[in-house]
Design a protein around this ligand. Structure first.
Ligand SMILES: [Zn+2]
Length: 97
């Protein structure tokens, strides 16, 4: 299932436009992956999981944290993208590119 999603994401010009900067890589190396994972979990819990999200679609900045970049690259940046790419796409195997 995940390989299908990743394959489809890899064909998206928009999703492929996100790359970690040297500043992002330095941040990851300085903090360590355990801290980055913690940040990712916290962002998901506080920005995607709540029942009501007042700014859904705009809650993930386009820069300033490597997890934000990864979220846009993997279409986990907001509920709309999450549903479109991760739920709908895997459920119906539809080509949404
Ligand atoms: Zn989004």
């Amino acid at each position: 299932m995940y390989n299908d999603i990743l394959n489809k994401l890899s064909k998206s010009k928009f999703r492929n436009s996100f790359h970690l900067s040297s500043k992002d890589i330095k941040y990851i190396n300085d903090k360590g992956l355990d801290v980055i994972r913690y940040h990712a979990e916290d962002f998901i819990k506080t920005r995607l999981a709540p029942a009501y999200i007042p700014n859904d679609g705009k809650q993930t900045p386009m820069k300033n944290h490597p997890v934000f970049i990864a979220q846009h690259a993997t279409a986990t940046c907001c509920r709309t993208c999450l549903y479109k790419w991760q739920v709908y796409c895997s459920a119906c195997n539809s080509n949404l590119l």
